[in-house]
Structure formats: C-alpha cells, structure tokens
Design a protein around this ligand. Structure first.
Ligand SMILES: NC(=O)c1ccc[n+]([C@@H]2O[C@H](COP(=O)([O-])OP(=O)(O)OC[C@H]3O[C@@H](n4cnc5c(N)ncnc54)[C@H](O)[C@@H]3O)[C@@H](O)[C@H]2O)c1
Length: 259
C-alpha cells in the first residue's frame, strides 16, 4: 500500500473510463477515499459502482462546473487532499480546426486546471499541504502530429503545472504532471482518426500509467513519464530544436497531411 496516499481524499476528473478510471482504481487500492467525475453521467455512475467509489457527474472545466464539483466533493469527503485534473479532449486537426474546437481544447485541457487550482490552493496554503496532479501528455513536452489544438493546449497544461510547482512547492503544495505517449483508451481512436503516428509497440495500458503515477507520488517526482524514452526526445528537442523539427517534418511527410 502506498503510505503517502492511504487515507487521502482524492478527486479525479474525466474518470468514467480510460486513464482517470485506472487512477481511481489505483488510489482506492492504495487506501484513498475517492470521488470520480465525468461529463458523461452514465460512465461516471457505472465506474463509481464498479470501483466502489463516489461518482459526481458534470463538467469539470467551466467556472461553474469546477466550483460545483469541488463543493460537492468537499461535502462528500470532508475536504480534498489530492486533485487529479485528468479530463482532456483531443478535438481538432490542423488549421481547419474550428474556433469552438480551439476554445474547447483550452477550456478542458488548460482552464479546467487553472480553475480547480483557484478553488483549492487557498485552503491548501492555509493547511500547508495539498497535491495537484495534471494529466497532460507527451504532446505537451514534444508535439502531436496532426492536431494543433491538442499539442498547443497540452503545452499550456505542462506550463501551468510547472508554474504551480515552482510557486507553491515550499509551502506544502506538490504538483505533478503526467505525460504519456499512447495509452489504450477511447481517446486513442480519435488520435488514429486524425492521422497521428502511433507505434503499436509503445501503446501502454491505463493501469500501467496509474502504477507510474503511484510510484512518482512515493518518490515525489514532478514529471511522470510512463514512456521513459520521452525524456530522451525532450532532451533532443531542447538540444537541437532545428534538427528535431526536421525529423518531425520527415515523419509528417509520411503521414496524411493535415487539412
Ligand atoms: N490515451 C492517450 O493516448 C493519452 C496520451 C496522453 C495523454 N492523455 C490524456 O489523458 C487524459 C485522459 O484521457 P484518456 O486517454 O483516458 O481518454 P478518455 O477519452 O477515455 O477519457 C477522457 C474522459 O474525460 C471526460 N471528459 C471530457 N471533457 C470533460 C469535462 N469537461 N468534464 C469532465 N469530464 C470530461 C470524457 O467523457 C472521458 O471519459 C486526457 O487529459 C488525455 O489528454 C491520453
């Protein structure tokens, strides 16, 4: 059992399925008290029942939705110790992505995290502890061929997590950012449909990603990389950005061009 998680009160957004559901299962198995959320009330209720945790359906991105979720979770749990801003959307392709696809990507992949932090941080500062976990993506450290809104919004998600960690770490608030490449969830089908380059050999299970998160919590690691090779790509990108972009462009040329 993960001692740093046992007894903690945890909220996980976008946990009706996929990575969020696996996080919920891992936290519950580690002795945490868990609330899961999803915008889809059916998957939220089904997963809550199956995992024996509390389900609170609703939008975890809008100002009102985040306030409602955090208010209800505080009532259910008596407080929140760990918040996993996990809900994410893939929507959009290239320059043909619509205004609403760009707006939705920023709402769910970025502003949801900012709004949750606004609600949680004052209480955590007073108490001197709290843990904020963002599920971003390797696309937030590198890029994602085929989807500009996803790549750009996930970079913003990583940047926000970094800002949280450097601003509040010394005051007891730990932030972590989870940056996988491919994980076998419904979102992967969306990525396939926009012509993303998916090597089947590197597709992980959501359960493995959850194991990596649990390990990173016990080791207090900010950057959670279920695919460790992402660290090498990240270094290569920083060390030779021109060369890295050239390689990515060659990869793009082999795939369906974005519209
Ligand atoms: N699957 C991958 O390959 C992969 C890779 C890297 C990062 N991620 C990230 O992991 C996170 C989880 O995605 P997943 O792969 O489990 O996909 P998923 O589509 O299975 O799960 C995302 C969940 O979020 C919910 N959701 C969407 N908008 C919401 C909102 N406004 N409020 C509440 N819930 C909302 C969806 O209903 C869905 O159940 C996302 O942030 C995603 O970007 C996924």
């Amino acid at each position: 059992m993960n001692q740093s998680v046992s007894g903690q009160r945890v909220v996980i957004t976008g946990a009706g399925g996929g990575i969020g559901r696996a996080f919920a299962q891992a936290f519950a198995a580690a002795g945490a008290r868990v609330v899961i959320n999803d915008i889809d009330p059916d998957t939220c209720a089904a997963s809550a029942t199956e995992l024996g945790v509390i389900g609170i359906a609703g939008d975890a991105a809008s100002v009102d939705g985040v306030a409602r979720l955090i208010g209800s979770a505080r009532e259910e749990l008596g407080g929140i110790d760990i918040y996993c801003a996990n809900a994410g959307v893939e929507g959009g392709h290239g320059l043909n992505s619509t205004e609403s696809q760009w707006a939705n990507a920023f709402e769910v992949n970025v502003m949801a995290h900012v709004r949750a932090a606004q609600q949680l941080v004052p209480e955590w500062l007073e108490r001197g502890s709290g843990r904020f976990i963002v599920t971003a993506s390797a696309a937030g450290l590198l890029t994602m061929i085929g989807s500009a809104p996803y790549a750009v919004s996930k970079h913003a998600a990583v940047a926000f997590a970094e800002w949280m960690e450097l601003t509040y770490r010394h005051r007891g608030i730990n932030t972590q950012v989870v940056c996988p490449q491919w994980v076998e969830t419904p979102m992967l089908d969306g990525a396939r449909s926009v012509g993303a380059h998916i090597d089947p050999n590197i597709v992980l299970t959501p359960e493995f990603v959850a194991e990596c998160l649990m390990q990173a919590i016990s080791e207090e690691q900010f950057l959670v990389l279920p695919h460790p090779e992402v660290a090498d790509y990240y270094r290569a990108r920083a060390g030779d950005t021109q060369g890295w972009l050239g390689q990515m462009n060659l990869l793009q040329q082999k795939l369906t061009p974005p519209k």
